[in-house]
Ligand binder design. Structure first.
Ligand code: SF4
Length: 373
């Protein structure tokens, strides 16, 4: 258990010190490229011998970003800009922002005007990502990102290196899926510690993160499964990394046994499969992705996906962690709630915002949720 504690501390150190991680990589002579939510083709950046560095904003007071955004833009996009304007990402060579929601579209435009010294690389995804022209559009957008990266950084792209990077990302996907499942057997690992494992992935090269997660998996497997007196839940939403919120989960004896969080497991569901070229394979990967509010789906299959995950993992309920002003998630909530009701699964919506300091309302809702189970 002492080894496991050390490993969890390492994940915590990385997850809570992104700036230190960035400085480490820069000191090693590496270049880093910032990757905004929700899906950025990290494999391309990795294959060009640079560090893809996740930027999902931070819990903070927003001041500067209010000069660029109206109040109803989500705090993830606003805090990314706030940090950019404040120089927190100094040292990164470029910023890639996908166009997957209206907030991200406006983040890209505001970044160009508000942040000097870090050029924007827009990543335009098609709405209809599964049809042949959609896949062609994604591939053409990747080519545009590659061209910009080559011009800005001087690093060159080659398809063979991308193939190798995609293999590294596939291996990382596999360990992240495995750890998510395995943690269900070890309720002593808290919601905050679970979050550290997922969050730290954004600030490390994936081959390095894979090694750490693998070590943790091996150590956990040496231990017997723990007796479980916690209430198992599945979380859903864009981001659920606020320490105050996670400690409320822990104080109320809730155990996350699976998640449909964009910042967590949604990143790791689909692997890249072989195709004629590695770039085509990456475009196919995006086409195959599903069950996410920012990915167009008329059938809204995400609702059944969450219900099935909850049943499969033995969860008693679903916690929808709703980022305030996130319209893609708000549209999906009604459908998810109906699916949960039909399956007799408890489901509550907890509103979060990167500017929030007081989680009393969430605490009351979680206490009521617990009593109702
Ligand atoms: S939280 Fe929602 S609105 Fe904000 S960037 Fe993410 S998907 Fe877009």
């Amino acid at each position: 258990m002492a080894d496991i504690k050390k490993m969890l501390d390492k994940f915590h150190e990385v997850a809570t010190n992104p700036k230190m991680q960035l400085e480490r990589y820069l000191a090693e002579g590496k270049k880093a490229v910032a990757c905004a939510p929700v899906y950025t083709p990290e494999e391309i950046i990795h294959s060009m011998d640079m560090v893809p560095f996740g930027v999902w904003g931070a819990d903070m007071e927003l001041k500067e970003s209010k000069r660029y955004f109206p109040a109803f833009i989500c705090s993830i996009a606003q805090s990314v800009l706030e940090l950019g304007v404040g120089g927190e990402y100094e040292g990164v060579s470029a910023m890639v922002i996908p166009n997957l929601c209206d907030s991200l579209k406006s983040l890209g435009q505001n970044w160009k005007y508000g942040v000097s010294g870090i050029p924007l690389i827009p990543m335009n995804y098609p709405q209809n990502r599964k049809i042949k022209p959609g896949i062609g559009f994604t591939k053409a957008s990747y080519e545009r990102v590659i061209k910009d990266l080559e011009e800005i950084t001087g690093h060159q792209f080659d398809d063979h290196s991308l193939e190798k990077s995609s293999e590294i990302y596939n291996k990382h996907n596999a360990v992240m899926r495995e750890i998510s499942k395995l943690l269900g057997d070890y309720p002593s690992i808290t919601a905050s510690q679970r979050n550290d494992i997922f969050k730290s992935a954004y600030f490390m090269l994936k081959e390095q993160h894979t090694l750490l997660v693998k070590e943790l998996i091996e150590e956990l497997k040496k231990m017997p499964k723990e007796e479980n007196k916690k209430i198992q839940v599945v979380t859903s939403g864009i981001l659920a990394d606020n320490p105050s919120l996670l400690s409320i989960f822990d104080e109320n004896n809730l155990q996350i046994v699976g998640d449909d969080i964009a910042h967590e497991s949604r990143q790791y569901r689909v692997d890249t499969k072989p195709a004629d070229t590695a770039l085509e394979a990456l475009a196919n990967k995006f086409a195959e992705m599903d069950y996410c509010s920012v990915l167009y789906d008329v059938d809204k299959k995400r609702a059944d996906y969450i219900v099935n995950m909850a049943k499969d993992r033995g969860a008693k309920g679903i916690l929808m962690v709703m980022t305030k002003f996130c319209d893609p998630e708000e549209f999906d909530y009604v459908i998810i709630k109906k699916a949960c009701d039909a399956a007799s699964l408890h489901c509550i919506q907890i509103e979060v915002d990167r500017q929030m300091v007081n989680y009393e309302q969430a605490k009351t809702m979680i206490q009521t949720f617990k009593e109702n189970i």
